[in-house]
Design a protein around this ligand. Structure first.
Ligand code: ATP
Ligand code: MG
Length: 506
């Protein structure tokens, strides 16, 4: 045991927990991610306390002392309180054993050591003592410190046992590699553990989708998600999570012509999005737009956290490529319509993972469906009306769409990249120009259905929709300005073709 200095236990809650534990006659320890992150020099505002005794009772005693509300989760035997911006979770030390024929672990009260054994990785099993006699001492029975320094993910017990007891730990191994790896300090899963994951990958099937997606989201939110996805692919885990992504792998060659390797391209795009987001967050320039609650405008805020749904959009942006792939002797490999086909695949993919089918899904679907538009604009000419249409279709998602589109430029050919980026900048400029001029982003048709019905004295019918569509197109094409008077005039002219005249003779 070594004694910790360096201010790892600076948070004023620690001496309080220590004193209350002593009064209660129990031993308490800081354990898990907080301890790990101390040694990595990473900020962590979640503190886990393990108690040899009742975690709930200690939490309640500490809560009384600091006058803080305690949330008790009886089913899990845990309790949580907040103190000066940190979240402190208390749990009783447990001893867990599993029987082969039952998924339900037998849980008994245990010692710190028992509890450390049932943790997932050596680097997550370290504890700091909060006892008076050895306050701050590191309790590290499995060599977590050594593994941390070497960048190793290793299970405290035999990996087959650890992964079999809770298969989610396989995904957690991947997550910690993805999250902790930096260019200076890479992490890897120790070989026997990696082999064990390959053997046990199929056990993911017994997990709830919610637990899987939770880890997946955390992997997507790391600074370099490609690290995690490559590992999931390598270990066979991906097959049980997102088999659609595996279909992106490989390069086919016909008549000496190959195409882009779409799996690594996709991962590169996700990494690019992550880079771009983190840069924007650091600079305070990452904008977020949300529709106004009651009104036609939008609320502009600055994002301070990465947006997981943007990362999903990046991950799935080319998901329609495998089914649309064709070889044309003239044009070579094509993926015509992969944007539209991909967008159509999104609800099913979300459903298969039990992810929400609400506006988050619609957001991802929209970005996938539009991801080719900004760049293809250049080929069709960056006209005002084309830009207006893009703004209209993307709405509040225009910023994210442009970010994704920029991240999608990954050619190995520097000349091509330079050309695409220059084109892209031209689109961006034009977008800003058009946006400043016309309020298209939150387009609302100046002509309402009610108005048309009343004006012509007609019942609801398809003509109303056609007239409104005509007005919308006239505005987007720049034939008229976005205002009622011009819209009304052009609508009345069009209505004449249907034989409609205002009932008041106006
Ligand atoms: P993060 O900073 O990402 O929250 P963490 O290490 O705190 O990392 P948590 O998921 O919050 O991760 O879990 C807290 C601790 O609980 C872990 O450090 C680990 O000791 C233990 N733990 C969590 N989930 C499991 C699991 N499925 N199996 C074994 N131990 C686990
Ligand atoms: Mg945590």
């Amino acid at each position: 045991m070594s004694t910790i200095t360096d201010g790892y236990l600076d948070n004023p809650i620690f001496p309080i927990v220590s004193a209350v534990a002593e009064e209660s006659g129990v031993r308490a320890f800081v354990i898990g991610g907080y301890v790990r992150d101390c040694f990595l020099g990473r900020k962590n505002n979640d503190i886990d306390i393990v108690v040899e005794g009742s975690g709930i009772a200690l939490a309640e005693a500490v809560g009384r002392k600091v006058r803080s509300k305690v949330s008790v989760f009886k089913n899990f035997g845990t309790a949580m309180l907040r103190y000066k911006g940190t979240e402190i979770e208390f749990v009783g030390a447990r001893k867990e054993s599993y029987r082969r024929d039952s998924r339900k672990p037998i849980v008994e009260d245990g010692t710190l050591e028992d509890d450390q054994k049932r943790r997932d990785f050596t680097i997550n099993a370290m504890a700091f003592s909060l006892q008076k006699n050895d306050y701050g001492a590191l309790v590290d029975p499995f060599g977590g410190i050594k593994d941390l320094a070497a960048g190793i993910i290793r299970t405290p017990l035999d990996p087959d046992t650890t992964y079999d007891d809770d298969p989610l730990r396989m995904l957690r191994a991947v997550r910690f590699v993805s999250k902790l790896t930096t260019p200076e300090h890479p992490f890897h899963i120790v070989p026997e553990s990696l082999e064990s994951i390959k053997r046990n990958s199929g056990r993911l099937k017994i997990l709830s989708k919610e637990r899987i997606v939770d880890e997946l989201n955390k992997i997507l939110l790391t600074a370099r998600p490609s690290v995690g996805f490559k590992l999931m692919d390598q270990t066979g885990l991906l097959e049980y999570i997102l088999p659609q992504l595996i279909k992106l792998k490989g390069v086919e060659t016909v008549e000496g012509k190959g195409h882009k390797e779409n799996f690594s391209h996709t991962l590169q795009v996700v990494d690019n999005v992550a880079d771009e987001e983190l840069r924007g967050i650091a600079a305070g320039t990452l904008k977020n737009f949300e529709p106004e609650q009651d009104g036609d405008g939008f609320i502009e805020t600055v994002r301070t956290e990465p947006y997981v749904w943007l990362r999903w959009a990046a991950l799935l942006h080319d998901i329609g490529k495998p089914v649309t792939k064709r070889f044309d002797p003239e044009a070579g490999w094509t993926f015509y319509g992969h944007d539209i086909v991909g967008a159509r695949m999104i609800p099913k993919i979300f459903q298969s993972l039990k992810m929400p089918l609400n506006e988050k899904m619609k957001y991802v679907r929209k970005l996938v469906g539009l991801h080719l538009r900004p760049i293809s604009l250049v080929d069709d000419g960056v006209t005002d009306s084309a830009v207006r249409r893009l703004l209209f279709d993307a709405g509040n998602e225009i910023g994210d769409l442009m970010l994704l589109c920029n991240a999608d430029i990954t050619s190995k050919n520097p000349v091509k990249v330079a050309r695409l980026k220059a084109n892209f900048d031209a689109v961006k400029e034009k977008l800003a120009e058009v946006e400043a001029k016309d309020a298209i982003r939150n387009f609302k048709n100046p002509i309402s259905g009610d108005y048309v019905m009343e004006l012509f004295g007609i019942e609801p019918c398809s003509v109303i929709g056609e007239l409104k569509e005509y007005v919308k197109n006239a505005i987007l094409d720049g034939k008229i300005d976005n205002n009622f008077d011009q819209a009304d005039q052009i609508m009345r002219e069009k209505a004449l073709e249907y034989g409609l005249r205002p009932v008041d003779g106006s």
